[in-house]
Write a protein that binds this ligand. Structure first.
Ligand SMILES: N[C@@H](CCC(=O)N[C@@H](CS)C(=O)NCC(=O)O)C(=O)O
Length: 216
């Protein structure tokens, strides 16, 4: 068995998700950086690992390559069930996955680097328009997410109850991205509170973009 390898990039929020999950599970790994802004994810060497050309890609101990951060977190949950990142009950698990998908399916894909680059190169968008686009799609989902978290008695110190899980991981990573595009967080006191509670934990803080070996 060899060590786990995580192909990632310090600024990538989907990589940040997996770094947090690995840290919470206490799993060590080798960090391999690919500079997305220099296009290293499009080089043949990386495409041989993940033909999709996206990070994160996790090489498991047996050499199997896994992409897609949500699938990787689900895998880690199955092979290392403690501490649990999903609730014990089916409804709870569905609620946590709902929050993960609000962020992972409805915000991240349309604000991803390749989409922002396409807005620039195909449609001539400038920095101001890119920022406006990014904030628009965050707010579209953060407004209902704030309400869901505020209204539910399932919300505790964290998104679901009093222990951190996958929803918190997605939330923290998205808030880190928001900061780069000056998203106003004042309309989101519950999201901000949960983010702050998470960041008190080493697993979240040590996995943050600024703490990574390729941080600039
Ligand atoms: N759905 C994928 C998305 C992965 C993804 O898009 N990663 C970004 C970084 S956060 C990336 O590699 N972007 C490269 C690009 O846009 O060219 C996941 O959750 O892992």
């Amino acid at each position: 068995m060899s060590r786990i390898i995580l192909h990632n990039y310090f600024r990538s929020s989907t990589s940040y998700r997996v770094r947090i999950a690995l840290a919470l599970k206490g799993l060590d790994y080798d960090y391999v950086a690919h500079h997305l802004r220099h296009g290293e994810n499009r080089k043949p060497e990386f495409l041989a690992i993940n033909p999709q050309g996206l990070v994160p890609a996790l090489v498991w101990e047996d050499g199997t390559v896994l992409a897609q951060s949500l699938a990787i977190m689900e895998f880690l949950e199955e092979i290392a069930p403690e501490p649990a990142l999903l609730p014990a009950d089916a409804l709870g698990r569905a609620r946590v996955r709902m929050i993960c998908q609000m962020i992972g399916c409805d915000i991240h894909p349309i604000n991803n680097l390749r989409v922002l680059n396409a807005l620039r190169s195909r449609y001539g968008a400038d920095d101001a328009e890119i920022g406006d686009w990014f904030r628009h799609w965050v707010n579209e989902t953060f407004q209902p997410l704030e309400k869901i978290l505020e209204d539910s008695s399932d919300t505790g110190r964290f998104c679901h109850g009093d222990t951190p899980g996958m929803a918190d991981i997605c939330l923290v990573a998205q808030v880190a991205n928001n900061a780069r595009y000056n998203v106003d967080m004042t309309p989101y006191p519950v999201i901000s509170r949960i983010r702050d509670v998470c960041m008190e934990m080493a697993a979240f803080a040590d996995a943050a973009p600024a703490q990574q070996p390729d941080a600039e």
